[in-house]
Design a protein. Structure first.
Length: 95
C-alpha cells in the first residue's frame, strides 16, 4: 500500500493569528495516520496570508476527504481548499 501527498490551501480566522499557531492548530487535529510534512506561507494583503500545507496519508479509499474535513475543523482555520493529491511515487512541485 502506498501513500498520498495531499496539498491544501488554508486561510486563518484573521491576520492576527501567527502562522505557527495555525500550523499547531492543524497538527493538533490530525489523526495518527496523517503526517504533517511541509508548509509555505503566502502573503495576500493587509497582513492576511494563506498557508499551503502538505499532509501524507495512507492510500485508503476516502482518506483525502477525511483530511479535508479534519483540516477544516481545526479551530483557527477559516477556510481550506484542496489544491491537489498525488501518490508519493509521483512528484508535486516542492514548496
Amino acid at each position: 500500500m502506498g501513500s498520498y501527498l495531499v496539498r491544501l490551501k488554508v486561510l486563518p480566522t484573521g491576520p492576527e493569528v501567527p502562522s505557527q499557531q495555525l500550523i499547531d492548530s492543524i497538527k493538533g487535529r490530525l489523526e495518527k495516520d496523517m503526517v504533517f510534512r511541509n508548509s509555505k506561507e503566502d502573503p495576500i494583503a493587509f497582513g492576511l496570508y494563506s498557508l499551503t500545507i502538505d499532509i501524507v496519508v495512507p492510500e485508503v479509499e476516502g482518506m483525502i476527504d477525511k483530511v479535508e474535513a479534519v483540516v477544516a475543523s481545526a479551530p483557527l482555520v477559516a477556510q481550506s481548499e484542496l489544491i491537489g493529491a498525488s501518490r508519493l511515487s509521483s512528484q508535486l512541485k516542492n514548496l
